[in-house]
Design a protein around this ligand. Structure first.
Ligand code: MG
Length: 126
């Protein structure tokens, strides 16, 4: 299988959902069960792991320290992703293939849904 570049959100995806306005809470965010294990597995399989977060650049050091302290394996951390409110959604247009997973509250192995053409092409196994 092709290696992948995983762009992974942080707040509300791998740990407690902390808003930028509460950035003082970043150091005490609790990782979601299974998130580290699944991400580290993807890393060990040779994929590129990049955390892509709406946290601000000023919080990059705190965020890196948190990721290291909790044992996440990754290649890079990109901050200042545009924020997306509850009544918006992300759409990414690119000339390279894109697959998407919406985190719905439970980490598990990632499985292919080959019959879906446009919407979510990957899912967490339930
Ligand atoms: Mg988030």
């Amino acid at each position: 299988m092709k290696k992948r570049v995983y762009l992974i959100d942080i707040d509300g995806t791998v740990c407690d959902d902390i808003k930028n306005e509460d950035s003082h809470l970043y150091p005490i965010a609790k990782p979601y069960e299974g998130s580290k294990e699944e991400i580290n597995k993807l890393y060990d399989e040779g994929n590129k792991i990049v955390f892509f977060t709406a946290r601000e650049h000023k919080d990059k050091g705190t965020t890196l320290a948190w990721l290291w302290r909790h044992g996440f394996k990754f290649h890079d951390l990109i901050t200042d992703k545009p924020r997306c409110s509850e009544d918006e959604e992300y759409v990414w247009i690119d000339n390279k293939p894109i697959r998407g997973i919406t985190y719905k509250g439970e980490w598990g192995p990632i499985v292919e849904n080959k019959n879906q053409e446009v919407e979510t092409l990957l899912n967490f196994k339930k």
